[in-house]
Design a protein around this ligand. Structure first.
Ligand code: FES
Ligand code: FE2
Length: 406
């Protein structure tokens, strides 16, 4: 039996989800085990809302883009009625993918044998199938997923019975109000690289204020010292996301060589908001870093126990991207960000190596890592409840074991 498939293992996870002063890190196998990843698909990815992109990637009817999450090729499209639809990209004939990349189309024509699907995924054409017995087009539509829009982001859910996302994000919405992310704008990012480490390593790194002016010590980050990390005390237990802030040593601080906002500041921000960074996480896929003039978002797409894709994009105040100076300012910002990101990626890769070691332990947290125990409070109950649900099939009842084994 797998080392984690026991009541003792799942009971032990509770020690990661208490107050940060008492919590242990998650067991290393949660980041490395192929069997745990299969369990995690059921515990998280099959039922949670997963971010796949931005609404403004699909401005017009017929616009579409493709993506993959947990190895599932997906197709996101805007239909003739203006609704955003999510469906499997897998042709229901012989499993070719019916679309690649992004574009605009009237219908999806599978390149292999030309079965055609409309923008809702319904099969509208299948050549030379009239001699095929008991074949009805309506039985071979592309499977669809639930869609919900939040703050200009598109979320999908494999679970047709999943409860809506928005009502469980009220506290997060409060801190995001003045950024008005629904109307924020940014260029569509290239689909991200595939990184050889677990998605949680990435989310925890972006979630971590403890390393800020340690790993990143220097003029590009020192104005946001870890000592100014702050964590909310009033997140509801059922929250679908969480946040932290980090004070800055001067207002409108931003990650570029001037250490200050160079793009237009989000116009509704308060003085208090202009004196801090905000970090928001909606596990298991979306991570946001918000500064006065720029929001960076990471869409994490798990792709195995030790790999994930990472689409990284930016959002700015409305109109900012139309300025002729925008590409030049972004080049300066990107050069600074690249230095910081390279430090993070190096750490992420080596953390994954460390987690595979026999000597990896369940560590302890500093107060500056409360966002990690907040993440654990989100993930641990989901692990434990899923184990409760599947354990009868996983555990062999004692009376069925041969006497010699007892
Ligand atoms: S696999 Fe798509 S039409 Fe045959
Ligand atoms: Fe970092």
């Amino acid at each position: 039996m797998s080392p984690f498939k026991s009541d003792a293992f799942f009971d032990s996870l509770s020690s990661s989800a208490g107050d940060v002063s008492q919590s242990d890190t998650l067991p290393p196998l949660c980041y490395t085990s192929a069997e745990f990843y299969e369990f995690e698909k059921e515990a998280l990815f099959n039922h949670e809302w997963l971010c796949v992109g931005r609404v403004d990637w699909l401005p017009n009817a017929g616009d579409y883009f493709t993506t993959t999450v947990i190895g599932e090729p997906l197709l996101i499209a805007r239909n003739r009625e203006g609704q955003i639809k999510a469906m499997s990209a897998v042709c229901q004939h012989r499993a070719m993918l019916v679309a690649e990349g992004h574009g605009n189309t009237k219908a999806f024509l599978c390149p292999y044998h030309h079965w055609a699907y409309d923008l809702n995924g319904e099969l509208i054409g299948a050549p030379e199938m009239q001699r095929t017995e008991n074949f009805q087009r309506k039985d071979f539509c592309l499977p669809t997923l639930q869609v919900e829009l939040w703050q200009g982001f598109i979320f999908v859910n494999f679970d047709p019975a999943a409860a809506p996302l928005g009502p469980r994000l009220t506290k997060v919405d409060e801190v995001l109000t003045n950024y008005d992310l629904t109307n924020a704008q940014g260029p569509r990012p290239e689909p991200g690289p595939r990184y050889p480490w677990n998605w949680k390593v990435m989310m925890e790194n972006n979630n971590d204020g403890y390393h800020a002016n340690r790993l990143h010590h220097g003029p590009l980050h020192d104005f946001a010292p870890s000592a100014l990390a702050r964590f909310p005390k009033d997140l509801p237990e059922d929250t679908a996301g969480y946040y932290r802030t980090n004070g800055t040593l001067h207002p409108d601080a931003s990650f570029n060589p001037t250490q200050r906002a160079v793009l237009p500041v989000f116009p509704q921000l308060s003085e208090e908001e202009r004196g801090r960074f905000l970090f928001v996480n909606l596990p298991p896929t979306l991570s946001l870093v918000l500064t006065s003039d720029l929001v960076m978002y990471l869409i994490l797409r798990a792709d195995g126990p030790e790999a994930h894709f990472n689409d990284t994009g930016v959002l700015c105040a409305p109109g900012a991207i139309d300025s002729p100076a925008f590409p030049h300012l972004m080049e300066m910002i990107n050069n600074s960000a690249a230095e910081i990101i390279a430090q993070d990626l190096h750490v992420d890769e080596l953390v994954q190596q460390g987690l595979r070691s026999r000597y990896a332990v369940r560590g302890r947290y500093s107060w500056q890592e409360q966002a990690q125990s907040d993440f654990n409070k989100w993930v641990v109950p989901r692990y434990q409840q899923t184990w409760e649900r599947i354990r009868p099939a996983e555990l062999i009842p004692l009376q069925q074991l041969p006497a010699a084994a007892l």
